[in-house]
Design a protein around this ligand. Structure first.
Ligand SMILES: [Zn+2]
Length: 431
């Protein structure tokens, strides 16, 4: 059995469901494996049971550092929904099964084996090659134990010019050409809430009350029709240029993409502008009490670089007149990295040599990853890329955070091949 499959199975067998996480189990397993292979490791934990592992192959000189990022926690799994034990790490039908196989213990294992195998070969990069297996990525709210804590408490351990993390790697064939998506930017999550006030009263006497839930209805409809002026950012421009050969006029982008491939249109549309989705509502707690207040929670995603104050005016115009309060929640993410970098060259040269005729394309993703923390703190060029070729990307997307999560052995080995290539390419770069 291959080294990376064996390590992945052992990682899955450690329950690191967050909460509570208990990621120290995974950090210790990785430390033992890496130290056996001559790689120096350090564990950093805000609390003992939630350690972050940082491993390092020191650079020859002050060349650019590359950080292989990952997280060891997973979301929960209900065994009732699974056809195997979610913590079995079973190997069957060419796949490793279990919670975290795709998100993201497969990449954890591949990163660790890339480090170990390069160390055994006596690899000496120009700048440090660093691997972080962080705790606490899956839970966004509350006290932080993973990357946001690590970049503040131990910046010297994880600062790097370049990093590779999760986030993309899907392979999609369009008009006969395979494309591999590499995420270079993330939209900002900027939720807000709208509170509508009325006057409560007994449900049997609506005439003397002022029903806040009823007053909320037209505001929800207007939010549903929210439309922001689209714009083509650098990621979308590069993506369209690579796939379509040029950039259509902004108002035709979705239509042209649709004719070319429906998947491309679906991918591009939310990347052209702010999106607004009302998702939750709260009014009366009792059937017979007319609510005096109603709160609508709205999921709102901004383009990288935008801030809530940039779009608030448009949101208020959309809502129109009405008696309401608008309050922003804590915004999250919304950072991008440049596209013309040695790390991009490493991604695209790997794609082209790994599958002749294939091309790498950048993408801005709607989700949030730990890449944000290193972009924001150090200005790191951070990309999300772990290639998936054997598994259908739609199936992979469906399995993440879901039952019967599994990763194809061929894909884990492919990812390992890419990470080694990235380490060697960046490690041979001189500044
Ligand atoms: Zn993840």
């Amino acid at each position: 059995m291959s080294e990376v499959v064996d390590l992945l199975q052992r990682l899955i067998q450690l329950d690191t469901v967050n909460p509570p996480g208990n990621e120290t189990r995974a950090a210790e397993l990785l430390r033992e494996y890496l130290e056996d292979n001559g790689v120096h490791c350090e564990l950093y934990g805000k609390v003992p049971e939630r350690a972050n592992l940082v491993a390092r192959i020191p650079g020859r000189n002050s060349g650019p550092r590359l950080l292989l990022m990952s997280h060891t926690d997973t979301v929960l799994a209900d065994p009732v929904d699974w056809s195997v034990d979610p913590w079995s790490g079973d190997l069957k039908d060419g796949h490793v099964w279990g919670r975290g196989a795709l998100d993201m213990k497969g990449q954890v294992a591949a990163s660790a084996v890339a480090m170990a195998s390069l160390a055994r070969e006596g690899f000496q990069p120009a700048g440090d090659l660093i691997f972080v297996a962080a705790a606490d990525e899956e839970v966004g709210e509350g006290e932080k134990f993973g990357m946001p804590w690590l970049v503040e408490a131990h910046p010297e351990a994880v600062e790097a010019e370049y990093s590779v993390n999760e986030g993309a790697g899907d392979r999609i064939e369009i008009a006969g050409t395979p494309y591999y998506f590499c995420s270079t930017a993330e939209k900002m999550s900027a939720p807000f809430a709208i509170t509508i006030r009325g006057r409560s009263g007994h449900g049997s006497m609506p005439g003397i009350a002022d029903n806040a839930l009823v007053k909320a209805a037209p505001l929800i409809e207007r939010l549903g029709a929210f439309h922001a002026e689209p714009e083509v950012g650098p990621e979308v421009e590069a993506l369209l240029r690579t796939i379509l050969g040029d950039v259509p006029p902004i108002e035709q982008v979705v239509e042209v993409a649709q004719q070319f491939h429906p998947g491309v249109a679906e991918m591009v549309e939310p990347l052209l502008s702010t999106t607004v989705s009302p998702t939750m509502i709260r009014a009366s707690d009792k059937r017979n009490v007319i609510p005096g207040a109603c709160e609508i929670t709205v999921d709102c995603r901004l383009l990288p670089g935008q801030t809530p104050s940039d779009v608030e005016g448009l949101i208020r115009t959309t809502l129109g007149d009405g008696d309401y309060d608008l309050k922003w929640g804590e915004p999250y993410g919304g950072t991008r990295s440049p596209l013309k970098t040695p790390l991009w060259d490493a991604v695209s040269s790997w794609v082209e040599s790994s599958e002749p005729g294939a091309k790498a394309v950048p993408i801005c993703v709607a989700g949030f990853t730990d890449s944000h923390w290193v972009r924001q703190k150090f200005g790191t060029v951070a990309y999300g890329f772990f290639p998936i070729r054997a598994m259908d990307p739609e199936l992979a997307a469906r399995l993440i955070h879901s039952a019967d999560e599994r990763a194809a052995v061929a894909d884990i080995e492919l990812g390992l091949d890419f990470l080694r290539h990235a380490a060697v390419t960046v490690g041979n770069t001189t500044t």
